[in-house]
Design a protein around this ligand. Structure first.
Ligand code: ADP
Ligand code: MG
Length: 536
């Protein structure tokens, strides 16, 4: 037997679990069942695709409670783990998000809702346990299995388990019961049944206690929406997304005919911390006729909709389908196109009918969605239709069509100004004449704004026009006397010859003496800055 130390981050996380005041401790069982279900999926795939030897005839999850010993065991006959895998997967936290989780948990001072966002998984058992034992054997390997045990306090032991069957059994040694804790008796049949029903009913493998199967195993996406409760959808969402919070919106989709598929998609109600990180997990789950094929299938949804979670079940794909095949598959491309349309139309409906939900959506995901203006030209118009932008007209963001409806006589272009913040943009000298004439200007402050405005020529026939560029055709109410200023302009031109291309009189200023503008074809300054930073 060997005693090993948890990696530092894992140790911190365990401490948080042990002292967690999160009231919903029931979810530890959901996490264990979810891991067991993943392990069964993995075994089925390994046998099917990699020729691993294994018995997939009776894949199942078994629950066994012992009231006297105060233990609850979750057993699966899935893929199992090698000794090295146990040490690596259970002893360390490989996931890049964990450091971020710990930092945010400290900032939030005990806001334990954050825990779920990061999918703490197996460690959540330490919310209820003073000891956890895991016995496992990897499918298709020779030799003995492995036994892992820990009280969650800094170290774990690892040992051989000669008789372990293929699969994994996790035994949770429950902490001594509080007096008033009949409600939290995790060895009681009723309690276990209730948790399984609530959190894990849709799991595709039987969850058994004794002879009884506790879950209905019905694939949620295959059931008519009218028969599924919101709560069932929400639990399913949490299962696939590792989110703790209910989704903002649920989307069902079904295609019949020559090429059949069903999809169940979710728009989360908050952006994951890694929405703008390159290595973040993204993509949908792919099933073929109810059989899980793969996670994170990026081929099913474009990058700018990477926040969408869900499942696609395609009837006509081969069970052996690989990522390489998916990339070229025409059916997958058709599904993807359809999913994009459906998500965009859902957002449009939200905007029309549920303004509060829409506001949440836009705050959390608008920045990602705008990437689509660059990357998905076919849907540019549809994205602009659902987009909103800050504007000088008021505190609330506006749609482009509302902007157009407010345009003044003689105005043809949609005016905008980009910058780092609303205050900076509002105080820009470029703004003066527009403010003075009461002309509305869109305030664009996301980094991506600099770029998409270059890619979008117009909206509903109205050009997008930066007020920092070229000659804005702002009608001038006053008459001017350029003659009087000619000597000054000449003098400035000469003096500043090395710094500027030209010096012009302008009617865009009312109180400032001068401002810098770019030529119509010059790069926007921020874009120039960005390209320079990228070394171009
Ligand atoms: P996650 O499930 O999100 O990956 P967990 O903390 O729940 O995170 O589990 C960590 C890892 O441990 C899993 O990814 C899996 O590789 C392994 N694991 C956990 N439970 C099992 C199990 N019952 N069978 C096989 N592997 C498991
Ligand atoms: Mg898990």
């Amino acid at each position: 037997m060997e005693t090993l130390e948890f990696q530092a981050e894992a140790r911190q996380l365990l401490q948080l679990m042990i002292h967690s005041i999160y009231s919903n401790k029931d979810i530890f069982l959901r996490e264990l069942i979810s891991n067991a279900s993943d392990a069964l999926d993995k075994l089925r795939l390994a046998v099917l695709q990699d020729g691993v030897e294994g018995d997939t005839g009776d894949l199942r999850i078994e629950l066994e409670a012992d009231a006297e010993a105060r233990t609850l065991t979750v057993r699966d006959n899935g893929i199992g783990m090698t000794r090295d895998e146990v040490v690596e997967l259970i002893g360390t936290i490989a996931r890049s998000g964990t450091a971020e989780l710990l930092r945010r948990l400290k900032d939030a001072k005990g806001d334990t809702d954050l825990i779920g966002q990061f999918g703490v998984g197996f460690y959540s058992t330490f919310m209820v346990a003073d000891k956890v034992t895991l016995v496992t054997r990897k499918a298709g390997t020779e030799g003995h299995g492995t036994r892992w045990e820990s009280a969650g306090e800094g170290t774990f032991t690892i040992d051989d388990a000669p008789d372990a069957p293929v699969g994994t059994a996790v035994t949770v040694h429950l902490r001594p019961a509080d007096e008033e804790d009949a409600l939290f008796d995790y060895t009681a049949d009723r309690k276990i049944r209730e948790i399984v029903k609530r959190y894990s009913d849709f799991i595709a493998f039987p969850i058994r206690m004794g002879d009884e199967t506790l879950n209905s195993m019905k694939a949620l996406w295959a059931r008519p929406r009218s028969e599924v409760s919101d709560d069932e959808y929400h639990q399913f969402y949490k299962h696939i997304s590792h989110d703790w919070v209910d989704p903002l919106e649920t989307i069902n989709l079904k295609a019949e005919g020559t090429f059949e598929y069903e999809a169940l998609l979710f728009i989360p109600s908050q952006a994951p911390y890694d929405l703008f990180q390159r290595d973040a997990r993204r993509g949908l789950q792919l099933y073929v006729k109810r059989v899980f094929i793969m996670d994170d299938s990026k081929e099913l949804i474009p990058d700018y909709l990477r926040f969408v979670k869900g499942v696609v079940d395609a009837a006509d794909l081969s069970l052996n389908v690989s990522r390489e095949i998916l990339q070229q598959d025409r059916q997958i491309q058709l599904i993807r196109r359809r999913l994009v349309k459906k998500v965009l139309s859902t957002i449009k409906d939200l905007r029309a009918n549920e303004p509060e939900k829409y506001a949440t959506f836009w705050r959390e995901f608008g920045r990602a969605l705008k990437e689509g203006l660059l990357n998905d030209p076919d849907n540019q118009k549809a994205i602009l239709d659902v987009a909103t932008f800050a504007s000088t007209a008021g505190a609330d963001p506006t749609t482009l069509s509302d902007y157009i409806a407010r345009m003044k006589e003689g105005q043809d272009a949609i005016y905008y100004l980009t910058g780092d913040s609303r205050t900076q943009v509002e105080n820009s000298p470029h703004m003066e004449a527009f403010q003075a004439q009461g002309r509305e200007v869109l305030i664009l402050t996301d980094p991506v704004d600099e770029i998409w405005v270059e890619a979008v020529p117009d909206y509903e026939g109205h050009k997008l026009q930066s007020i920092a560029r070229g000659d804005v055709d702002l009608p001038n109410p006053e008459t001017e006397t350029p003659g009087d200023f000619a000597p000054l302009v000449d003098y400035l031109k000469e003096t500043l010859a090395a710094q500027v291309k030209d010096v012009r009189l302008s009617h865009r200023l009312t109180t400032s003496a001068a401002c810098l503008v770019s030529d119509t074809d010059d790069m926007a300054p921020a874009l120039e800055k960005m390209y320079r930073a990228m070394g171009q």
